[in-house]
Design a protein around this ligand. Structure first.
Ligand code: FPP
Length: 211
């Protein structure tokens, strides 16, 4: 078992809409509950040994969603950044937003800049939020991150959906049927436990067969 000193987890946070619909709630309620799950996971991540966490909040293909849902999400991102910055800084979290900014509402661009500035001194956790992000576009632009060790996707789908395509070359993949708003400490622990039990060979031989 190979343990890296920098443990990079990436999460495709899927299932907010279904979580809400199953409860007879509007999809926006699912996104708000999803934001609570983000808060929970960020708080517990450093204690789980995670040094870098990248969250897929809005893909470049999500612009095709109804305008009302898109603007709800943009407002939610901006509000979350404004309300969380002080707490993130206190926790030693350095927040950056990856993806295109030129198509985002001005108020969100301003909130991103303030949150990045306010958390720039964080050294415990590198938190990256992907907004208007496309893995293919990032590769074309040479805009690459450190390798991902563990990729988690909630909501039952088993695909990458243009997220961190380059960085996930050797990522261990972990999928769960659980919807993102229901994701918490126990599920993160289960994913990490399984990750540590896998034999990561990076194209080499199993440790016990190497000579
Ligand atoms: C996927 O669920 C989720 C999104 C497209 C948005 C992710 C946003 C959040 C988790 C909310 C807040 C985030 C931050 C960073 C504050 P879906 O809507 O595709 O769900 P469905 O597949 O059930 O329709």
């Amino acid at each position: 078992m190979k343990q890296s000193t920098s443990f990079h987890v990436a999460i495709v946070m899927d299932g907010n809409g279904r979580w809400a619909t199953r409860r007879g709630l509007p999809r926006a309620a699912g996104h708000r509950a999803g934001a609570e799950a983000v808060r929970r996971v960020v708080r517990i991540a450093p204690g789980c040994g995670i040094t870098a966490l990248t969250l897929y909040a809005f893909s470049s293909d999500n612009w095709t969603r109804p305008a009302a849902e898109v603007s709800t999400l943009m407002r939610l991102f901006a509000r979350h950044l404004r309300t969380e910055t002080a707490e993130l800084a206190a926790q030693g979290v350095k927040l950056t937003v990856i993806g295109r900014r030129d198509r985002l509402p001005h108020s969100l661009v301003t909130a991103i800049a303030a949150a990045e500035h306010g958390t720039a001194g964080g050294t415990r956790l590198d938190l990256r939020i992907a907004v208007d992000y496309s893995g293919r576009a990032a590769i074309r632009a040479g805009d690459l991150l450190p390798d991902v060790d563990l990729l988690i996707r909630t909501g039952g789908e088993q695909r990458l959906s243009d997220f961190l395509l380059w960085e996930c070359a050797y990522a261990e993949l972990w999928f769960t049927e659980r919807m993102w708003p229901d994701f918490g400490a126990a599920h993160l622990a289960a994913a990490i436990h399984e990750f540590h039990s896998r034999d990561r060979r990076f194209g080499g031989l199993p440790t016990r067969e190497a000579v």
